[in-house]
Write a protein that binds this ligand. Structure first.
Ligand code: HXC
Length: 268
């Protein structure tokens, strides 16, 4: 689908996306690039990165991939520094890296719980922590009046409760808290806007194929009044809105992009 946004809304901006090589993260990378941004993507799998970078470049998007694990502070630091070295500055950080699997709470080991917290929550904070120096107003390559922006990819699981997703629900609740607290502190002190997107079920993603819910593909769907599968494009358009000047007065908010699904209850 064509983007409703002008092609140059991110002209001159540099974005770093964790998990930017696949799924929702890749679509955001692509749309940012198509709207004028230079794009650095970070991920653990070299092959995935290489193929994502090749695809981005095929759209004439200035793109580079850096291997790294958000669980390692030294990786986060290195990748942020390499991004700035490569493109000269950093304007947008997107935390899209996430880990997930379905497991009943009683079968989940504390280490399994910790692993997802480490990737989603601690990883998000670590990336923000390492990027701060470059995102703050007056940071390298930016004016003394404007800071950069951070976008955290969350979920809607923790708005209520979700079967077999205690680890992800807890991790994304923490992500939302990080979004609000950094928005308060860094928005005030450094003019950095920090927002989130909470995607609903999005087609053609690892999340959907891993998690999804046979129930979503079958009967229970009939009892979900607002059920509609989203597209990666829907998340990328919300991301463009939030990180561009269109979203300049939005700070500390996580926008659900799920067609209203989280509101739904079985029909009586
Ligand atoms: C139970 C599991 C498990 C499973 C791992 N563990 N998989 N427990 N069921 N299916 C436990 C292990 O037993 C271990 O605990 C601990 O987790 C760490 O496992 P490792 O395999 O060593 O971890 P690692 O290799 O680092 O892999 C991380 C991962 C993996 C999270 C387990 O799946 C991953 O990296 N996935 C990333 C890709 C991904 O899933 N992306 C889609 C995100 S979608 P013990 O105690 O045995 O040592 C998304 C959507 C959210 O986030 C919202 C949905 C609506």
């Amino acid at each position: 689908m064509e983007s409703p946004f002008k092609e140059e809304i991110l002209k001159g901006k540099v974005a770093l996306l964790t998990g930017g090589g696949s799924g929702i993260g890749f679509e955001i990378s692509k749309q940012f690039g198509k709207h004028g941004a230079s794009v650095a993507i970070m991920g653990r799998r070299k092959q995935v990165l290489d193929s994502a970078v090749a695809t981005l470049r095929s759209f004439s998007i200035p793109a580079v991939g850096f291997e790294g694990d958000v669980r390692k502070q030294e990786d986060a630091k290195r990748v942020v520094e390499l991004t700035v070295k490569h493109f000269g500055r950093l304007d947008i950080l997107v935390n899209a890296a996430a880990g997930n699997f379905l497991v009943a709470s009683e079968d989940l080991s504390p280490n399994g719980f910790r692993t997802v917290m480490d990737i989603d929550s601690v990883g998000t904070f670590t990336m923000c922590h390492e990027a701060l120096e470059y995102l703050k107003r007056g940071g390298p390559g930016r004016s003394s009046s404007s800071g950069g922006t951070i976008l955290n990819i969350s979920a809607t699981l923790h708005y209520t409760a979700a079967w077999y997703q205690i680890h992800v629900s807890a991790a994304k609740a923490a992500v939302d808290a990080i979004t609000r607290n950094l928005a308060l502190e860094w928005g005030t002190d450094y003019d950095i806007r920090v927002n989130g997107i909470a995607p609903g079920p999005i087609g053609d993603t690892a999340g959907m194929s891993k998690l999804a819910p046979e129930e979503i593909n079958s009967k229970a769907k009939d009892s979900m009044p607002l059920y509609k599968l989203g597209e990666k494009w829907d998340i990328a358009m919300a991301a463009l809105y939030l990180v561009s000047d269109a979203g300049k007065y939005i700070n500390g908010t996580t926008i659900p992009v799920d067609g209203g699904l989280w509101l739904s209850r079985p029909r009586h």
